[in-house]
Design a protein around this ligand. Structure first.
Ligand code: COI
Length: 355
């Protein structure tokens, strides 16, 4: 760990906390009192500060608005029964953030700003960390290019921010997914592995089409053959076929390396399941369904946590499931939650205590 940076803090005059209904938290709509902000200029990070959450001012020529050099992360903090707050695996998101930064030709953010700054910010807004089951403090670090220039080139200046949102569940019911065969999220050599804002923007139209058909999300397939499944817009996917959990592998660089995905792989192995990370064809999924071997499908993500899939549609085939009887997804969700709220021992050192 690097030396701790002395980050100046300007506090709000009056907290908005009493206005928040913690029994009915939406996802991502309520923001805490403070945020972290830092600027990158002349090759170095400066003006690192924690200040009241509020609007930014910017020029209409700001580079990110035109060419989309923008990356982000999603992380969650939880509270245990005694009221202590913990961040889930911040170092893994920190590493992924800088992988995204590299792909988008943006500067790396140092650990002392990303992780230590985050911890300091959460420590200040600790009372905003929800304690209700299935709720958490959603942490959104992000970076944008800020040059005042409409020429196409990497910006010289950037802004890094962390905002915090006490949130309820992202999906409230088991999901209905449609296998996407026309549109593409990511191709080999593209930016699919980066958490780049544009990946999400480009997914909006295909997702809206799927929604018109009554589905919640699309399940992306490979760009060449539309044969191998990749991920959903907001989560990685797992298929329990027989006694094996299968999830698409990351080798093509088209799938986001989910931190929840990684954690679920570890926990499934602990539970004694075989886990395979490998290319998974839609034909194999359909065949397993027809043979009665496709037991469960679930998504994993920071926002989505573990989301059951009650229906998967591929062409005319509607694969439907009764999720109430699912054992594996339920068990892995329980194990993950227990670690996050300190009901189970944190054997993997995933939880970062907030002082
Ligand atoms: C997350 O799971 O944290 C994500 O970033 C997905 C979505 C909310 C954009």
């Amino acid at each position: 760990m690097m030396a701790t940076m002395d980050i100046p803090v300007t506090k709000v005059q009056k907290s908005r906390l009493p206005e928040v209904d913690f029994d009915n938290l939406p996802f991502g709509k309520v923001f805490t009192d403070h945020m972290l902000e830092a600027d990158y200029e002349n090759g170095e990070w400066k003006n690192v500060q924690i200040k009241p959450y509020g609007p930014l001012t910017f020029t209409p020529a700001m580079a990110v608005l035109h060419y989309g050099q923008a990356i982000f992360e999603g992380i969650k903090a939880y509270k245990d029964a005694a009221g202590n707050a913990y961040i889930f695996r911040p170092y893994d998101n920190f590493k992924r953030f800088n992988v995204s930064a590299q792909r988008m030709q943006m500067p790396e953010v140092p650990e002392e700003i990303f992780v230590d700054g985050m911890a300091k910010l959460i420590s200040l807004d600790k009372d905003w960390v929800p304690s209700k089951e299935d709720n958490a403090l959603y942490i959104r670090p992000f970076m944008i290019s800020t040059d005042e220039l409409i020429g196409v080139r990497p910006s010289d200046k950037y802004k890094f921010l962390i905002i915090l949102s006490p949130s309820g569940p992202y999906y409230n019911a088991p999901m209905r997914l449609m296998v996407e065969e026309k549109y593409v999220r990511a191709a080999e050599g593209g930016a699919g592995y980066a958490k780049a804002a544009g990946n999400y923007g480009a997914a909006m139209f295909p997702t809206a089409q799927a929604k018109m058909g009554g589905y919640d999300q699309v399940l992306w397939t490979d760009a060449t053959e539309h044969k191998y499944v990749q991920e959903c817009g907001t989560m990685n996917v797992f298929f329990i076929i027989g006694d094996t959990a299968i999830t698409p592998d990351l080798s093509q660089g088209t799938i986001l390396a989910g931190v929840t995905r990684m954690s679920v792989i570890t926990l499934l192995k602990d539970m004694g399941l075989k886990v395979e990370e490998r290319p998974l064809g839609i034909d194999e999924i359909v065949a397993a369904y027809k043979e009665g071997q496709l037991k469960e499908i679930f998504g994993t993500g920071t926002a989505a946590t573990i989301s059951y899939v009650q229906e998967l549609k591929y062409n005319d085939i509607e694969m439907k499931f009764s999720t109430d009887s699912w054992k594996t997804a339920a068990k892995v969700k329980e194990r993950l939650t227990d670690i996050r709220v300190a009901r189970a021992e944190d054997v993997y050192n995933w939880m970062y205590p907030v002082k």
